[in-house]
Design a protein around this ligand. Structure first.
Ligand code: CAO
Length: 440
């Protein structure tokens, strides 16, 4: 037997990532690769597996604690065979100094929040055995699925290995409720009756209707779906539609074509729109703000970082272009090109996607006449761009062909009222129609 220190290995570009679940108790016997912790940042959820089999000792982390690569998670008391394979496993964690691998355990630090329990053996472990901070075992995808359906996992019996809850268990649980075989859990019923609960959508067996195929959503879709649902449910949205005559903007853009090519950038209408948005944000500071956590005040931002939604093969991501007010059209075009390329290559870091004040979703390169974008909380407004179209416009004497850009602004009605909303879109339209307005 030997006592090995389990150090958090390289988890990618994540820092200060909170522990959302501790899936084991001190004294638990774990297999190699059995999940020990679940970590969850705003971008990813990951389970951290045991690098070798053994008995868990000296847990060093607590729920909600933010941890980093190299942090001591726990000790694992191993058998001789596991210990023999351990150094390689631990060596995979770059921050774990080799000397820490087989050193004698340090005295146990201050007692943990939860009392130690007698070590259960794998055979006497009950189904859904309670553990420190988690009463059930389920993968992040099953947890996300359950959250999406409003199912609290402590009510679900897991049928997988060691009582792990599977997708089918969650579905079976809902089915039983729908068929009246199982009462709805008290907490859910209570929250539904107070109006705060979201009733789950029905789970339907589609097989009687025809052939189906179940395709797993990409990781980005799962994460952005969770965020979008939270934004949609938490923010009372209003969407204001408007349009801008961008005929002159387009002429200016065409006049820059050769210079843009020489500079090696693609000059689309988007950098012009970004500059106009910044000007509008300066004039309407409540659009460049976030609600305080108690919703009692506004945090007004003095910087102008714009999130730009990028369509990638794996789903939607929103990298942020910083300090747009301090950048020219060519610099913005270059940055947009680089960020969207990295987004499509799946190479954006969490930093690239943080710090935004206001977002733009541009579908203009694809089509559409109007749409209702979802506010990207904690921001309070978002601009949606549709496809500009040459349109006959009456000038008082005749119809003139003008290039008209339809756009929409969705906003948080707790922060922005309707009159402010339409003043903002009217001003944005004016700025786009005549870029000289930005100089005034
Ligand atoms: N009207 C008409 N044409 C437009 C336009 C508009 N509003 N916006 C862009 N275009 C044109 C561009 O000029 C370009 O034409 P050329 O190739 O002839 O110059 C073409 O459409 C393609 O532009 P683009 O999409 O490559 O570049 P962009 O700067 O407009 O947008 C980016 C960059 C990254 C935002 C975009 O590629 C993208 O991913 N858009 C989708 C965003 C999305 O999915 N939003 C939904 C979020 S909610 O689900």
């Amino acid at each position: 037997m030997g006592m090995l220190k389990f150090i958090l290995p390289d988890i990618g570009n994540y820092k200060d990532i909170p522990v959302i679940e501790i899936l084991v108790n001190e004294g638990d016997t774990v297999d190699k690769d059995q999940s020990i912790l679940t970590l969850e940042s705003d971008k990813a959820t990951m389970e951290i597996p045991a690098p070798f089999a053994g008995v868990v000792r000296n847990i060093q982390v607590k729920l909600e604690q933010k941890i980093n690569q190299g942090d001591w998670i726990c000790d694992i008391e191993t058998t001789a065979e596991a210990a023999a394979s351990a150094p390689a496993a631990v060596a995979e964690a770059p921050a774990a100094p080799a000397s820490s691998v087989n050193e004698a355990p340090k005295p146990a630090p201050a007692p943990l929040a939860a009392p130690q329990q007698a070590a259960p053996t794998p055979t006497d472990k009950p189904v859904n055995a309670p553990s420190l901070g988690a009463k059930y075992h389920a993968s992040p995808s099953v947890r996300a699925y359950a959250r999406q359906l409003g199912v609290e996992l402590q009510h679900v019996v897991g049928t997988g290995a060691n009582g792990r809850i599977q997708t089918t268990d969650v579905e079976g649980y809902i089915k039983a409720i729908m068929q009246g075989d199982k009462p709805a859990p008290k907490a859910a019923a209570e929250s539904a009756s107070t109006g705060s609960g979201i009733p789950p959508v029905p789970v339907i067996d589609f097989t009687p209707f025809g052939a189906t195929e179940q395709v797993e959503l990409s990781r980005i879709k799962k994460l952005s779906g969770k965020h979008l649902a939270a934004c949609w449910l938490n923010i009372p949205h209003v969407t204001q539609f408007d349009e801008a005559d961008i005929t002159e903007l387009e002429d200016f853009r065409a006049s820059l074509k050769t210079r843009a090519e020489k500079a090696g950038v693609k000059m689309t209408p988007l950098p012009f729109v970004m500059k106009a948005v910044v000007q509008a944000l300066k004039e309407f500071p409540h659009f460049n703000a976030s609600l305080s956590p108690d919703s009692g005040s506004l945090v007004l931002k003095k910087y102008f970082n714009l999130g730009v939604a990028v369509d990638t093969p794996n789903g939607l991501v929103v990298p942020v272009v910083r300090n747009v007010d301090q950048k020219g059209l060519f610099e913005l075009a270059r940055e947009l090109g680089e960020l969207s390329q990295r987004a499509r290559d799946g190479k954006l870091s969490p930093t690239d996607m943080s710090g935004g004040c206001f977002s733009i979703s541009s579908l203009g390169g694809i089509g559409g006449t109007q749409f209702t974008p979802i506010v990207n909380a904690p921001e309070v407004a978002i601009l949606g761009l549709s496809k500009a179209k040459m349109t006959p416009v009456w000038n008082g004497a005749s119809f003139e062909p003008r290039l008209i850009l339809p756009f929409s602004v969705s906003y948080d009605h707790r922060v922005i009222d309707g009159a402010q909303g339409v003043r903002f879109t009217t001003r944005l339209s004016q700025l786009l129609r005549d870029l000289r307005e930005m100089l005034i």
